[in-house]
Write a protein that binds this ligand. Sequence first.
Ligand SMILES: [Zn+2]
Ligand SMILES: [Zn+2]
Length: 563
Amino acid sequence: MKLRRKTTAAHKLRIIPLGGLGEIGKNMMALEYGNDIIVIDAGLMFPGEETPGVDLLIPDISYLLERQKNLRGIVITHGHEDHIGALPYVLSRIAPPVYATKFTRELISVELKQRGVKTKAKLNVVTPGSKIALGKFIIEFFSVCHSIPDSAGLIIHTPQGIVVHSGDFKIDYTPTVGAPTNFSQLAVLGVKDVLLLLSDSTYVELSGYTPSEMVVSDTLDRIISEAKGRVIVTTFASLVSRIQQVLDVAVKRDRRVFITGRSMKEIVNMALKTGYLTAPADVICRLDELRTLPHHRIVILSTGSQGEPTSALVRMANRDHRSQVRIVPGDTVVISATSIPGNEALVSKTIDSLFRQGANVIYDRLAQVHVHGHGSREELKLLLSLVKPKFFVPVHGEYRHLSLHANLAQSMGIPRDNIFVLENGDVLELGQDSGKVVAKTRVGVKCVSGLTTGELDDVVLQDRKLLSQDGVVVVTVAIDAESGRLAGRPRIMMRGFVDGGEEQTLIEQGQDVVLAALNHDRRRLSEPGFVDARMKDSLNRFFYERVRRRPVIIPVVVKVGKT
Ligand SMILES: [Zn+2]
Ligand SMILES: [Zn+2]
């Protein structure tokens, strides 16, 4: 008979995803043991069509607010927005110490400054390989390769056993910038007992390996050396390794590099200062020197890879007078990025405009000008086989990614009962031999709209959706203060609802509908709320019957007469 190892742990380990499961974005996960809680990442998400008018979404931190005194720290794996973007909002409410690698910490500072947040929270720098103790947790960072410098995975020692968090990762044996994924730190773990692996599921749908960054260097070199005119490269500002590749090719092909776009300038300056980017002294030039060089000596690095309307590239594409660069025939534009889901239409439109102005545009469907930053199936399998965890929880993915990753883990020999496909808010309790989802904590959607943070309820979102689809109708009635009767016909104004021809008829008929509805219950005209509701209901029904649409109806009641 096999002897069970005696457990000395007094508590179970609780794993509570607060964001990032069932979605790609707003990653945040709490680990809890006894009276100690640590949090991994605090990211944001850019909203889709379900939440019009909302600028961004952040995780609900109610669970943490209720247990503030137990919160020992926030550990950040890397500097992408879906991992650090909620920090300005989180740290303005609670101030636990934050731990991150150097480059990530720099980006957190920039983020806090941009949002005007002053926090008491201490931002600590951690070097990969070193350990920090937070309550009963001891955390070790290990380097992983990803699309931003200084990315880390985490080895977390808990009284229940070791937890490994992959961070966002891929395996690149020939990265251009930074350390490759640190296998030695991981391989050691494989011979120990790893309790739980939490691993990135983003590209579980892709078979094989994610190609090396090296492939992109070769393509960029070919494009830049063959181009007769200027080459404009756009990529994510945080993709420092790509920026380094462009700088290297420019040096090799005797071109100067110009940088345009606020975030691109900011990150390039920061990365040069901190040593994450290197370039010979005179390679990067000021934009006002652009005219002094012949076109075949110019490379321009620009923001706008997602077709963002205010970005440098889109301004160029639209001949915006604020643009410092004008597209001319003979320019080559390289879109060295993939479109984040939801941005495809904006990117296509930008590409069309660039072509229309005579530029030659090269994007990922035409040449390998981009490789993504997450591991494909073979890399995910490699991590599973290195770490050999007892339990497995797929993270960083929509539900189908998590399910597919769970299947992959099962095919690698992890028993189905030891694999948990969790959703935000699930509370998973792990002992040494078994695990169970024991509760569900509240995780509503927190929206940030302009400067206000709050929970936008369904009504507000519903209204915004209608406004964008069906327009708005404002209906005003005047009520005589003295007699309490209607003074004149109602006024109706419409925006974005029907086109001009139909508008006048609908307005006139709408006025009759409102009059009839109000006159029917003439005595109730002074009741608060009655007029509003009646106007809304009657018009709603009328418009729907006539044109099958439901515009947002705004009733306005004014009292007129002697005051
Ligand atoms: Zn990332
Ligand atoms: Zn991510």
